[in-house]
Design a protein. Structure first.
Length: 227
């Protein structure tokens, strides 16, 4: 038997939607999409327009309604294991990639090229990393992690370049949690971070759940979670 929906809640949702009846969500009209949400037949993320900055307040109110109806579960706190700080969200890898993308500034004069594997230590981090270079742009390199777990085995011989210390300038990935606003200073936990250390930075671009965060710092100016 189909779940009976609260028409009042459906209408409240419809008033929050852009009202384009565009069909991108898979439904011909916004009221059909709202009904599907309340029946748990779809997800709010299907409406791409709701995640644009123009509809930030509408999105927040829509999420509130869906939480009232137990469609969206209450948010769980994301807490760093190493330092006990609370993060605003987890940053996950882009599809088909092993980790969030990192933009690095390497303190080396050696030429680096896309496709190469590098061994380096991020400034302020005690862990040695191995990464594959995706692109090089005027001295900045964009990488994805390929270690260190299986790369520090002395029995494994593979080619890499020793780069030394690198400054981490930015991250790019998919947000798991509350979507931040562009320009907002956030605390986030990179999903691949071995130390589970909360990072901070400024959001410079948001597209759906995809975000670019720059001005990265391992120092987080907030009291740790207690209890």
């Amino acid at each position: 038997m189909a779940k009976k929906i609260d028409l009042n809640q459906r209408d409240r949702l419809v008033q929050l939607f852009p009202g384009y009846n565009c069909g991108i969500c898979g439904y011909a009209r916004c009221d059909e999409f709202a009904a599907a949400l309340l029946r748990k037949h779809s997800q709010l993320e299907k409406c791409h327009f709701m995640y644009q900055e123009l509809f930030d307040e509408n999105l927040k109110n829509a999420v509130g309604i869906l939480k009232e109806e137990n469609i969206i579960a209450p948010e769980k706190k994301v807490v760093g294991v190493l330092d006990g700080y609370e993060a605003d969200f987890i940053l996950k890898p882009l599809p088909e990639e092993q980790s969030c993308r990192e933009v690095l500034y390497p303190f080396t004069r050696e030429e680096l090229k896309a496709g190469e594997i590098i061994r380096y230590r991020p400034l302020g981090c005690p862990i040695i990393h191995f990464a594959r270079i995706l692109e090089e742009n005027h001295g900045l390199i964009t990488v994805v992690m390929v270690g260190p777990c299986h790369r520090v085995d002395p029995e494994v011989d593979f080619p890499y370049k020793e780069v030394g210390i690198c400054m981490v300038g930015g991250f790019e990935g998919l947000i798991e949690g509350k979507i931040p606003a562009v320009g907002e200073t956030v605390r986030f936990l990179p999903g691949h971070c071995m130390m589970q250390k909360v990072h901070s930075g400024v959001v410079v671009q948001v597209e759906g759940k995809k975000a670019i965060i720059e001005g990265i710092d391992l120092k987080v100016w907030a009291p740790p979670i207690k209890g």
